[in-house]
Design a protein. Structure first.
Lengths: 449, 501
């Protein structure tokens, strides 16, 4: 029922894949690719293991394209994509898919919006009809009333996932602290309430015309299908979608923190929580993969340095996590820890800083590096098991295509990790995780009146 | 979705002509794109009716190979050669419902301790070995089972099985690890008080089943019980429940069963039960006899968490299929009545739904949503409109949609090794018949409107339900009182969770 999983700034790094050093079985995802005259790029992948197919569409637009005073709009727009189109009355999109045994969902991030429909293989054409109709004819049925209805739903999504979620406001504040006013990662994907209130029907029309042209999207069709027949059906249903303008590339100057940005906020929680965050290299840029490994060495598993000290040995923390949140315009590296009752964030921060300094000075052991890479390799296999939905093979092909231009970038991605040395990891920690240029955000429990 | 057959045929005939035109268009367009757009508009496909499905593909069910190891331990195997991974689960047919009175939480604590020391390995050694293999190993409970589950690249399966066998068969329950886990659990129970959906779920179960029934207390137990558990308590529960005759080993993945069996025999074939088996019987739980409302204050909350329901049915209910279809219509899919009403029509919620939690004993039925604070009373009215509405005959189209939604996507329930292993666990724990999977689709399709109405009237009784609302009482209480739903009681957080850890 979650149509709209939005990952505020910390979209977990895109699936990172690696193979073992010894006898690496090559990852093969055979696919074929073509482009329609209207500019829609199409990728087809066959997998006959279960008689299901998936239609996976990525639009290359996310909250980073929003204007000030209209934050949250890309995600609100995503909701409107399920409300009917020229030949599909309101409600019919979901009714027809469910009647065919199908499921569907969509999600919005800073850099992209994706949609998927999973259906039994015999209903592929229905899925393509619906997906093409909303790409070609969305505005034919759009009304201010539809916008109002989904505005209320999205406001409730925000209440549920931010205001009423323990520590939910922290990620909003963290984005505001990391990125300066005007930078498109400054505001949250879910948007601000007053901006959601302000969004208008006219905004919907303008946004659709600017960003939902076929040339700004890519389509993956995958599952129990024959490639030639799938191509024929894609051509049948998408060729009448009119081409549109290409949005100008988003040019955002690089950003950097120059000092420590410190803040304390309160929330309705029992325990405080510490968030440390850095601006780090963009997805797939040098340093990005090394920071994935650094995160694992610091906080991945019981033997990681921070978990072992804070949670296992000292028992002063309930949890500690670290991750490199890789994105297109800038990434962020975060360390998040919750003190046990009777302990403070200051105690945790002292240990965290000691361990970061140590990692900056001394490379991880060969065992630590291999352990991290082995887990990345295994995650690759695990992600080959499902074809549809969020994170399935179709979604991954589209992600690689969107970000690298090559849908089958699995082996290249794994290669980024396999070439890393222990020195690379400590060098990345030294270069990109300076203790004197970062965000330090503390959430403290609200005082009872 | 009741378009006629003739429409279907018409569209298929039309396709051939269009196909040729499409190819022509591609050719032209590669030279002159603007013209292609014009042509496209003229030759658009017929969008006046949605395309109808072709003939359905046959359901491909995994072949289950059943064997026994020399100690009698049953083994179920499914070869699945799509991806080079394997899933191996040891399923024990005792879960949190088997916690003895006064020891609520012992099953869950016992499972959590399995990885914290086993054979000659320490907790850190186990974690390091598992992580190094790129494997996932975890132990967990439901009301009806305890399980140790391994997922691993198949190339490392032989290395991972001895670790799994230590964890499952030779846990050591070191005292310092028990204390460590105890603090983790107490803190996590404390944090549960922050989260309105958790408060609502715990309150709902407590009010519905009471303190004396196992289903009335979280699986983890309470701060009181968690503080009392010793290594000996955990060892005792382990010995009474982890026994070859009370367990089955499942393996799904990219292996050859004949090659795998000797590996399983080596690791699990000499496992013997140590003590005598014990089993707890669940007491009967009593249905609410009237409608009662319970409020939990969450000052400043922008949403109210609502749970409405009663005691449902056990997994063994003969009404499984009609209930599944009925609940799909009421609150089990996106187009369901509750979601459509509360989300799409009124915009009170991000989502709303309902479900029967079917367990060994009768688990709860609950309708639920988080609704915006200033619409709490209005949302409650809509909940009851839908709970009353489902008692009336269901229109044919809505019934057909629900049956198709549940049954036509059934193949995807067997897509991954994890999916398949979960289906097998269900079959084992709930004693499903051998042809259960094969007959699933036809059993769903056989459900009639009369069946749906019968089970709705039997199991949904809007006048005899518990209503839990967790929200900002100073704002929402007057509106709730004005609805006159029934007697209203306010619960403190301590009444929901027990004394603060």
């Amino acid at each position: 029922m979650t149509r709209a999983i939005f990952l505020v700034l910390l979209a977990a790094a895109a699936p990172a894949f690696a193979q073992p050093a010894a006898a690496p079985p090559k990852i093969e995802l055979p696919y074929s690719q073509f482009t329609l005259p209207n500019g829609l790029r199409v990728i087809v992948h066959e997998d006959h293991s279960v008689p299901m197919v998936t239609v996976n569409m990525w639009y290359h637009v996310g909250s980073a394209r929003e204007k000030e005073k209209r934050t949250g709009f890309a995600h609100l727009f995503e909701h409107l994509m399920f409300m009917g189109s020229g030949h599909v009355k309101p409600g019919e999109f979901d009714e027809w898919l469910e009647a065919a045994g199908g499921d569907n969902n969509g999600s919005t991030e800073n850099d992209r919006t994706n949609y998927w429909i999973n259906v039994p293989a015999n209903s592929l054409e229905l899925a393509l009809f619906l997906e093409s109709d909303r790409m070609g004819y969305l505005l034919d049925t759009m009304t201010p009333k539809t916008v109002d209805a989904q505005r209320d739903v999205v406001k409730n999504e925000r209440r549920q996932s931010v205001e009423n979620q323990p520590y939910g406001t922290a990620q909003v504040v963290l984005g505001e602290m990391l990125f300066p006013q005007g930078h498109p990662y400054h505001w949250p994907v879910i948007g601000y309430m007053e901006d959601l209130t302000a969004a208008s029907y006219e905004d919907v029309v303008a946004f659709f015309k600017a960003y939902y042209a076929p040339s700004n999207a890519s389509l993956v069709v995958a599952g129990d299908l024959q490639t030639a027949e799938a191509r024929r059906l894609v051509e049948k249903w998408f060729s009448d979608v009119k081409p549109g303008p290409a949005p100008a590339p988003l040019t955002i100057p690089g950003v950097a923190l120059t000092s420590v940005q410190k803040k304390t906020i309160t929330d309705r929680v029992q325990l405080p929580r510490l968030f440390l965050a850095w601006i780090t290299p963009r997805h797939f840029e040098p340093g990005d993969a090394a920071l994935d490994i650094a995160a694992d060495v610091l906080a991945g598993g019981k033997n990681s340095r921070l978990y072992k000290r804070l949670v296992y040995d000292m028992q002063i923390a309930q949890d500690v996590n670290a991750f490199q949140g890789s994105q297109q315009l800038a990434s962020s590296f975060q360390v998040i820890a919750t003190p046990r009752p009777g302990h403070t964030v200051a105690e945790l921060q002292q240990v965290i800083d000691e361990e970061i300094r140590k990692l900056q000075r001394e490379p991880p052991t060969a065992h630590e590096l291999e352990r991290a890479i082995n887990q990345i390799e295994a995650s690759f296999y695990n992600r080959m098991e499902r074809t549809g939905g969020f994170g399935g093979k179709a979604d991954q092909l589209n992600a690689y295509y969107t970000y690298t231009g090559n849908p089958d970038w699995f082996n290249e991605d794994l290669g980024r990790y396999r070439v890393l040395s222990a020195d690379d990891v400590s060098a990345a920690a030294a270069q990109f995780l300076p203790l004197d240029k970062r965000v330090e955000l503390t959430v403290e429990p609200e005082k009872k009146p | 979705m009741t378009a006629t057959i003739s429409e279907v045929r018409n569209r298929h005939e039309g396709t051939k002509t269009r196909r040729r035109n499409v190819l022509l268009r591609v050719f032209v367009a590669s030279w002159l794109i603007p013209f292609a757009a014009l042509l496209s508009a003229q030759q658009a496909p017929d969008r006046t009716h949605p395309p109808q499905p072709g003939p359905p593909a046959a359901l491909k069910l995994p072949a289950i190979q059943k064997q026994k190891l020399s100690n009698g331990l049953a083994v179920w195997m499914v070869e699945d050669h799509k991806v080079p991974v394997a899933q191996v689960n040891l399923v024990v047919f005792s879960g949190t419902a088997n916690d003895p009175p006064g020891k609520y939480g012992v099953a869950s604590f016992t499972a959590a301790m399995l990885e914290e020391g086993a054979g000659s390995r320490s907790a850190l050694e186990i974690a390091d070995a598992v992580d190094y293999l790129g494997a996932d190993l975890n132990a967990a409970t439901t009301q009806d089972l305890s399980a140790v589950r391994l997922h691993v690249p198949v190339a490392r399966l032989a290395d991972a099985l001895p670790i799994m066998a230590d964890v499952a068969l030779r846990p050591t329950f070191p005292r310092e690890e028990v204390d460590r886990e105890r603090q983790q659990r107490l803190t996590s129970l404390l944090q549960g008080r922050d989260d309105p959906p958790t408060i609502a779920a715990v309150a709902f179960s407590r009010v519905l089943y009471g303190k004396g029934h196992r289903y009335g207390t979280p699986q983890m137990g309470t701060a009181e019980t968690i503080k009392t558990f010793t290594s000996d308590d955990l060892r005792g529960f382990y010995a009474a429940t982890f026994r070859p005759e009370n367990a089955t080993l499942l393996a799904v993945g990219d292996f050859n069963a004949a090659t795998l069996v000797p590996l399983l025999e080596k690791q699990f074939g000499s496992w013997k039960a140590a003590a005598t088996a014990a089993s707890e019987k669940l007491p009967a739980a009593e249905q609410p006899t009237s409608r009662q409302v319970f409020l939990v204050d969450k000052p400043g909350a922008p949403q109210s968490q609502i749970r409405i329901g009663a005691i449902g049915v056990p997994r063994s209910t003969p009404d499984y299929f009609p209930i599944t279809v009925m609940n799909t219509i009421l609150g089990g899919s996106f187009t369901s009545r509750l979601n459509n009403n509360l989300r799409e029509v009124h915009g009170y919620a991000y989502g709303a739904g309902s479900g029967f939690d079917m367990r060994g004993g009768p688990g709860p039925f609950a309708a639920s949503a988080g609704v915006q604070t200033d619409k709490t009373a209005e949302a409650l009215t809509e909940f009851f409109n839908e709970l009353n509405g489902i008692l009336k005959p269901v229109p044919a189209e809505e019934l057909a949609r629900a049956k198709n939604y549940v049954s036509l996507r059934y193949p995807s329930a067997f897509e991954t090794t994890g999916d398949i292993s979960r289906r097998l666990e269900d079959a084992l724990v709930y004693h499903l018949p051998d042809d259960y999977f094969a007959k699933y689709v036809q059993n769903i399709q056989a459900v009639t409107a009369a069946d749906v109405q019968r089970v709705a009237q039997k199991y949904i009784q809007p006048g005899r339900v518990i209503v839990i609302i967790v929200g900002d009482l100073k704002t929402i209480e007057p509106g709730i009182r004005a609805l006159n739903l029934g007697p209203i009681k306010t619960l403190s957080i301590d009444e929901v969770f027990g004394p603060k850890p």
